[in-house]
Write a protein that binds this ligand. Structure first.
Ligand code: ATP
Ligand code: MG
Length: 403
């Protein structure tokens, strides 16, 4: 067995052996086998088995029924999670509105036939022996993403596979086999029938992985963007950015880039169309705000770096995607961040209540926030030391305006 992740793999072997002991077949399958073959670290393990979820419940009394309808349960062992799924016959997808044909009569061969790409359709036993009906190993070795079976039919079953192909391209830098590619292009309109949450998960990965430039170029070449929310309204947007794009680690960064390039599509519109969380929306707004701030105050502005806080990396990725000619290294910005007199408003030596006490006759209101933000700025910019005495002194000399 290879050295890395041996604990995770060993725990997986133990689980498979426990299933085997009860007389059922069970194999490693999907991404973990692919990543094992590629000598990449294995993040999580999927197991496919002839046991039904009821059988599994007897073997693992504490299992978590994460997708009983789909024949999937989660087993936790040694702090690792294992997704165990009963052999599937019919279409393999993750939507709620498509039900899986979970049948005891299904075989491993049948299960593998319904997986998306040959590189994901290899099973592996506890001796690390590969069961590879679709020449997945050969495709992995030559870096090819190929549909299992007829690509058009497979895409009709679950059009998300179009985006998954692009996602794997971004992840591994592989190329997509010609017929698969053709089917992706001709069936692209089916993407409009896929739940946006599923599209978002794949799209987020496409932009985040190492080979995103290659993947985004492929995406635009196949005109898939014509069927993705908002991108469909701006045919040239992705094309424009594809030659400069570098990995963007969250969809908030993607939205920030796109909004800066086509400001008439608001961040809220992007977030609504893609059903992003409020957290993503807030982050995208913060990044865009910072980009505009750079225009006014320069990239090395301390307060800007202070405000960005944990989002400095995100901002930098967006900024350098938009301004590839600027070459200030991120280390310079980290340097400034490290030297800041404080990292958040909580660290101010004076609080809102202290300010209220300084002016007992004035009714609390917006003026408190105004003072706090002014002294926050002055402390960060080293115009004032962050001590109670100096802050009180400054506030007393600059009292709130009362009408
Ligand atoms: P990752 O490393 O990102 O987890 P993965 O290949 O394991 O990649 P998962 O989404 O975890 O991807 O799915 C596990 C396996 O299930 C896949 O390798 C593939 O065999 C199968 N699979 C998942 N989604 C689909 C789909 N939409 N159509 C067909 N097969 C799928
Ligand atoms: Mg997986």
């Amino acid at each position: 067995m290879k050295e890395y992740n041996s604990d995770l793999l060993q725990t997986g072997i133990d689980i498979i052996e426990q299933i085997n002991k009860r007389g059922f077949e069970a194999y490693f399958v999907g991404g973990c086998v692919r990543d094992y073959v590629l000598s990449l670290p294995i993040k999580d393990i999927d197991i496919t088995t002839s046991a039904t979820t009821d059988d599994l419940a007897h073997i693992f009394p504490k299992l978590i029924p994460i997708g009983i309808d789909h024949g999937t349960v989660l087993v936790r062992q040694h702090d690792y999670s294992f997704e165990i799924t009963t052999y599937r016959g019919e279409q393999m997808d993750n939507t709620k509105d498509h039900s899986f044909n979970v049948s005891q009569t299904c075989s491993l061969e049948e299960d593998l036939k319904h997986r998306d790409f040959t590189m994901n359709a290899i099973a592996m036993d506890t001796d690390m022996k590969l069961i590879d009906f679709h020449e997945g190993l050969k495709d992995i070795q030559s870096g090819v993403i190929r549909s299992v079976g007829n690509p058009s039919e497979r895409i009709q079953e679950d059009p998300l596979r179009i985006m998954r192909a692009i996602r794997f391209m971004s992840q591994f830098g592989f190329t997509i086999e010609a017929q698969t590619k053709r089917a992706m292009h001709y069936s692209a309109a089916l993407l409009t029938s896929v739940a946006v949450e599923r599209l978002l998960a794949e799209c987020e990965s496409i932009f985040a992985k190492t080979h995103c430039k290659k993947a985004v170029e492929q995406l635009t070449e196949l005109e898939l963007d014509c069927f993705l929310p908002i991108f469909s309204k701006e045919p040239n947007l992705l094309l424009e950015v594809s030659s400069d794009i570098q990995p963007l680690k969250s969809f908030a960064e993607v939205i920030a880039v796109m909004h800066m390039l086509a400001p008439h599509h608001t961040i809220s519109a992007w977030c609504n169309a893609w059903k992003c969380s409020n957290k993503q929306k807030k982050k995208a707004k913060k990044i865009v705000h910072a980009c505009n701030d750079v225009r006014d105050n320069g990239l090395l502005n301390q307060f800007l770096i202070y405000k960005l806080h944990d989002d400095l990396d995100s901002f930098y990725r967006v900024y350098s995607t938009l301004h590839k000619d600027q070459n200030i290294p991120i280390e310079t910005l980290y340097g400034i961040q490290k030297e800041l007199p404080m990292t958040s408003r909580d660290e101010l030596a004076i609080k809102g209540n202290d300010i209220i006490r300084l002016f007992p006759t004035i009714k609390p209101g917006k003026w408190i926030e105004d003072i706090l933000s002014t002294i926050e700025y002055k402390v960060v910019m080293r115009e004032l030391p962050n001590t109670i005495i100096s802050l009180k002194e400054w506030i007393i000399c600059n009292p709130p305006e009362t009408n």
